[in-house]
Design a protein around this ligand. Structure first.
Ligand SMILES: Cc1cc2nc3c(=O)[nH]c(=O)nc-3n(C[C@H](O)[C@H](O)[C@H](O)COP(=O)(O)O)c2cc1C
Length: 205
């Protein structure tokens, strides 16, 4: 079994990093033999879409005759996803949505004719479904009665991942990090980890 483990926070000992590490640990408990592929977009950020990539993606005709090297990075990142049995992403909420380093990954992943089909009814995913766990850290609160901001992060990620076929997505979060001391942070992280869906985990054992 292969785990693709992605982190996005620029802070070394961040809440989302600790949460994603906790999720990976839980997976290793049931699949100790699993290998881990690592992407740290804070340490090694992906480039934004290059002119060649953007030109190639601009129409079905250009996609059919891609510019030299234009799709190499995209292809490598898609193959990483295809090789993964489970994907774990740790990400902060930045300005109500994903940080740009994660968006740069998504921009390489969604490709017509490769990861989705364009249909009149919208995008149809071409990848095999596999579990995706997303550990989110947010300075404020975005769920429940105490929510003080809209959430374009979970809504956005659910839609883009489903559009390429990844429909089994669970979000776990540590919220209000601006107000957590060390002990409360551990408590909040453990509470989040306790919510991991056993039905999804059962698919990995
Ligand atoms: C550029 C930037 C934008 C942010 N935007 C939000 C936001 O919209 N909502 C929120 O709740 N917290 C926001 N925060 C706070 C982070 O989500 C919070 O510090 C979180 O703990 C960061 O994740 P980390 O602990 O994994 O580094 C923002 C932080 C930064 C640096």
């Amino acid at each position: 079994m292969n785990i693709l483990h992605i982190d996005c926070s620029p802070r070394p000992a961040s809440h989302s990093r600790q949460l994603s590490a906790g999720i990976v640990e839980k997976i290793l408990e049931i699949a100790p033999e699993a290998s881990i592929s690592r992407r740290d977009f804070a340490v090694a950020p992906l480039p934004h879409a290059s002119p060649e990539y953007a030109m190639t993606l601009s129409s079905p005709a250009t996609l059919a005759a891609p510019l030299k090297g234009a799709l190499e990075l995209s292809e490598a990142l898609i193959q990483e996803v295809e090789a993964a049995d489970v994907i774990v992403i740790g990400t902060p909420m930045n300005n109500l949505t994903v940080p740009s380093v994660l968006k740069a990954w998504i921009d390489q992943l969604l490709r017509a004719g490769r990861t989705f089909k364009s249909t009149p009814a919208g995008k149809m995913g071409m990848l095999r479904d596999r579990p995706v766990f997303i550990g989110i850290a947010s300075g404020g609160v975005f769920t429940g009665e105490r929510a003080n901001q809209p959430d374009f992060l979970t809504t956005y990620l659910s839609v883009v991942l489903a559009s390429i076929g990844l429909k089994t997505v669970q979000f776990l979060s540590v919220q209000a990090t601006a107000f957590l001391d060390k002990d409360k942070a551990v408590l909040a992280r453990n509470e989040a980890l306790a919510l991991i869906d056993p039905a999804i985990m059962a698919r990995l054992s």
